[in-house]
Design a binder for this molecule. Sequence first.
Ligand SMILES: Cc1ncc(COP(=O)(O)O)c(C=O)c1O
Length: 372
Amino acid sequence: MSPAHGPDEVSSGPRGPQLPQFPWDSLATCKATAAAHPDGIVDLSVGTPVDPVPENLQQALRSVSEVPGYPATHGTPALREAAAESLRRRYGIDGIEHDAVLPTVGSKELVAWLPTLAGVRPGDVVAIPDLAYPTYEVGAKIAGAEVVRLGPGERPPEGTALLWLNSPSNPTGRVLDAGELSAQVRAAQEMGAVVASDECYLALGWDTDPVSVLHPSVGASRRNLLAVHSLSKSSNLAGYRAGFVTGDPDLVARLLELRKHAGMIVPRPVQEAITEALSDDEHVAVQRERYAQRRATLRPALEAAGFGIEHSQAGLYLWASRGEDAWQTVEWLAQRGILAAPGTFYGPGGDRHVRIALTATDERIAAAAKRL
Ligand SMILES: Cc1ncc(COP(=O)(O)O)c(C=O)c1O
């Protein structure tokens, strides 16, 4: 067997993309400080659901647990129909062809792999919001692309191959209105770019009603346009890994073809839970009300403690600042047993903000408010 490297060659570590350090590891010290609080930690640093999976979704999961065969990558016809119907009923989106719905293993994997699967090549540009969910950057790097961060209202630069939109935004809770969405989509489509709109917080509008990029008021052509949906937050299905993508039928068909070959398949019981979740609006309303209550407790408590809250019109987070370095604020909160994420996890422009999640039990949110 011949060696892969000559005798003088030194391996420079694993091949493949250089990815950013997983940011949550750097919170360990502050987490320990917060955990030392006599009444325990209130962890508001991650957006993970804490309320139980609704009983009807658990029941749906169990209902097909005996089915032995491979599931369809495209999902069941009932799932595709339920998705198209839920988009019409909940968000006023018409004309989604059922076949243009594709279930995903949660939306994070789609975010991470979309640039590669959509044909983004090394050296292409992937444009993302200046403050953004970190996986947009990771996905671009997996494809070997350049990342450009766009400030509010800034258009994607020439040569952009993929534009990510995220309204309501993680981390800022900022909402793009139909006009802003339309302008961004048009600018990207004119240069032949794919536009992917991550809409996982669409059901959680507080001070405004967020619209989907597929809504008629946006007036966008569906060519090269995708809407990415997740059931993690609105249906408490983060643990099941449940999402779907829809939009341009040709692009979805291409993704389906690749994902079939690559085995990126949603398990059949989860497909059943997704179908039920998309057919029932009641549990979404119940969960929404829980978050509304937590927000109503936490926001005034933060403001009374001297925090300024920016954007945060929708979604699961409060984008808060004490007018100082983000890590100083994380430390200040940790001293009070509260863990938050520094804004720098989402981009260099977040250096004076922290992201505070509404995802804790009523009891923990009340404890946080009291400590503030
Ligand atoms: C903006 C955004 N997109 C995508 C995801 C991924 O969610 P999931 O993989 O649970 O669907 C998250 C999770 O927090 C998010 O905040």
